[in-house]
Design a protein around this ligand. Structure first.
Ligand SMILES: [Zn+2]
Length: 351
């Protein structure tokens, strides 16, 4: 008798902890943010520069599909990528809950789409799955919501695009469009009137740059390359190159802007590139400029071949050359997440 009860309990426990997506109690809510009726757009032509460049526009490079809490009951869903994203699952980690929870699905969010919604447990179901498909009730938050400081969000999904976008989570970059010339000073190298199109293109550019830098190929090419340090005469050791490459990965804030007269400007959090770079990055290797500027951002000068290549046996060598070759390969194999064929605003590609 005792044994029978025990085994019944055991079966019950198993059943409960192994509930799958077909559970009768849980139907994951699905949204689309793909039309003017169900979502707004960021980086629209004519949007105020102050809005586009505000600190609120900073996003983690590994979370280009960004969800953030507006208040206890409302969240904002925003796609920073200039491409549509389909079949994403939004995960929420709630302080006090042991595992991330599948909050809702997104059938489609259009490029640069943005929308505020109530948490599904406020307006819709309170039954959810966690990331191991165990059922979780969030009914305790239905009326109170959750303090904004107690939640973090992420996205996931099986599509090739989502898988590629998520690879950038290796990097610590937190990117924001930036206006470096709010007073329109004609005597500096920053574009006087930055536009929404500039930022749409810059974000695509920085996403592909992140994809490049997370590849093992870029890292290996860099580590195998002879590169001179800041004294201009001593080749960096493998250890020094490992440290330098990790510094690329560990860059935190990136303030993205557009330069004129020069091709790029980089240092600290500043990462500016010229219009021709924003025009070319989907079809040509920009590393001569981009790795050069990122070299400055992690502390290398013009004597080092982290910025300008140097000839060794009459051949240009250095960081820009080594990583540039990988960029070209990735273009050839159509590997980048942002491409000519999925970029949402074809007219931007002609600017
Ligand atoms: Zn330079």
């Amino acid at each position: 008798m005792k044994k029978a009860i025990l085994s019944a309990l055991f079966v019950g426990a198993l059943f409960f902890s192994c509930s799958k997506d077909d559970s009768e109690n849980v139907a994951t809510v699905e949204y689309s943010f793909d039309t003017d009726a169900n979502s707004g757009l960021m980086f629209k032509d004519g949007d105020a520069v102050a809005t586009m460049t505000s600190e609120a526009m900073r996003f983690d490079i590994g979370k280009v599909l960004r969800v953030k809490a507006i208040n206890e009951t409302t969240i904002e869903v925003a796609n920073f990528a200039p491409v549509d994203i389909e079949d994403a699952t939004i995960l929420v980690t709630i302080e006090g809950q042991p595992k991330p929870i599948k909050l809702f699905k997104i059938k489609k969010i259009r490029a640069h789409g943005v929308k505020e919604i109530k948490y599904p447990f406020v307006e819709k179901t309170t039954n959810f799955f966690d990331t191991e498909n165990a059922e979780v009730s969030l009914s305790q938050y239905r009326t109170t919501g959750i303090a904004t400081t107690k939640v973090t969000f992420d996205f996931t999904g099986e599509t090739e695009l989502i898988q590629k976008l998520k690879l950038a989570a290796k990097l610590k970059w937190k990117v924001k469009p930036h206006d470096f010339d709010p007073t329109h000073d004609p005597n500096n190298n920053w574009k006087d009137n930055v536009t929404a199109a500039d930022f749409r293109r810059y974000i695509g550019f920085i996403i592909n740059n992140a994809y490049l830098m997370q590849t093992e190929e870029a890292k290996n090419a860099f580590l195998e390359e002879p590169i001179y340090g800041n004294d201009g005469v001593t080749l960096m050791t493998l250890e020094e190159k490992k440290v330098a490459f990790q510094k690329f990965i560990d860059i935190t804030n990136i303030n993205g802007g557009v330069v004129v007269n020069v091709s790029g400007l980089g240092g600290g959090a500043t990462f500016g590139v010229a219009n021709h770079v924003l025009h070319d990055y989907l079809t040509k290797d920009p590393c001569f400029i981009t790795i050069h500027e990122m070299g400055h951002m992690i502390g290398y000068n013009h004597d080092s071949s982290m910025t300008y290549p140097k000839k060794i046996d009459n051949v240009d060598r250095g960081a820009t050359v080594a990583i540039g070759k990988i960029y070209t390969q990735l273009l050839k194999s159509d590997a980048f997440p942002i491409k000519v064929k999925n970029y949402y605003m074809p007219s931007d590609l002609l600017l």
